[in-house]
Design a protein around this ligand. Sequence first.
Ligand code: HEM
Length: 411
Amino acid sequence: MDSSSLVDLQPLARMALLGILIALGPLAWVWARTRGADRSRRRHALTLLTLFLTFDLVLFGAFTRLSDSGLGCPDWPGCYGSASPVGARESIRAAETALPSGPVTHAKAWIEMLHRYLATGVGVLIIAMTALAWQQWREQRRRAQRTPIHAAPFTSPWWATATLVWVCIQGAFGAFTVTLKLYPAIVTAHLLGGLALLVLLAVQAWGGRGEPVGVSPALRRGMVAVATLAGLQIALGAWVSTNYAVLACTDFPMCQGRWWPAMDFEQGFALLRPLGVGAGGGWLPFEALTAIHMAHRLGAAVLLAALAALAWRLSRRAALRRFAYGLVAIALWQLASGVSNVVLGWPLAAALGHTGGAAALVLLLTALMMRGVATEHTELDLVELERGRTEIKGAEARSRRPGAVPARGTL
Ligand code: HEM
């Protein structure tokens, strides 16, 4: 195949049809589960399911990269111009015979195409979500004109529209990942784009649900700082993966038997260069890979400390304690899976678990940011207020017990 035919749009219609067929299953399931329910419940169920499938898609994307299947089909959107590896079997066999351990084999072609099919299916579900969101918006507007009372919790349809635009951009990055031969900056952007898609879906799935919890401006700023650090750390992690820098250090906590090994940050963090290519056009030096690996470790130390501090602050508030437990669990999981990647020689389960942990962290921080809204009060006031409310509730519950003497202050 010459490079001029890397993007063959002919199979696009067939891929779109396949996407619709794949999406029909989840759509039928949502419609069956919400039969007789209003549009808002149906939209919520569809958003939750799309969020779940997108989480799986992020993991499957990591599996595609980890199994070296990213170039399993070297063109886009089809495989050697065909909508499935079945139609491309002759070309795949020829490539596999020429280079048995090369990037193209039957198994790798299937893994790559399954990732594309799942992504197309998610795209179709997002189109359905967007259509439902605008329908619901029109319905609510009509109802509000008739009875101008406060409508039920409702997320603006622009969120769904933004998600649709984003998934198209994400598809384009998927295409560039293949046609630009795993260019690290593009693959990194593709991973970050997948996580951003999770955030967009989570905002719609959880928006307007659950009682908001007032937090002091200082705690709110702490949440924003931790979310920013998490974003940076995830970008550093993606840079490790897409440059295949995982085995630059095979020991922990030291690297190559030293606390500060030889490192070349300038070449390691030159963002615009093809995979494995150094400044002068030769191979990327090992010191550059070491710098990439070590930057992620140092970032991890900072983020883990910040997560611990935020979890400690959250644990003092009963209404946010679950988030504190979640943050500690994910931090420990990231540490264990990250260290396993290094000392156990990069097992697939640890690498997938590490990606899953990062995606879970993104979701948990999104949920926390949506829940904790800033108020004028200090954290101490809010803790006291919450303690008072809990005590009143307890006293009320006790006084309702048969034969109980009413608690002081509840009469
Ligand atoms: C909360 C802290 C951490 C976060 C959020 C995080 C996040 C990430 C992310 C998003 C990736 C890219 C995954 C992918 O491309 O699919 C990654 C890769 C990696 N991380 Fe972390 N990480 C954390 C802590 C650690 C720690 C403590 C270590 C231990 C040294 C570590 C070692 C690695 C390694 C070796 C890779 C490359 C794995 C691969 O290429 O498959 N990480 N990390």
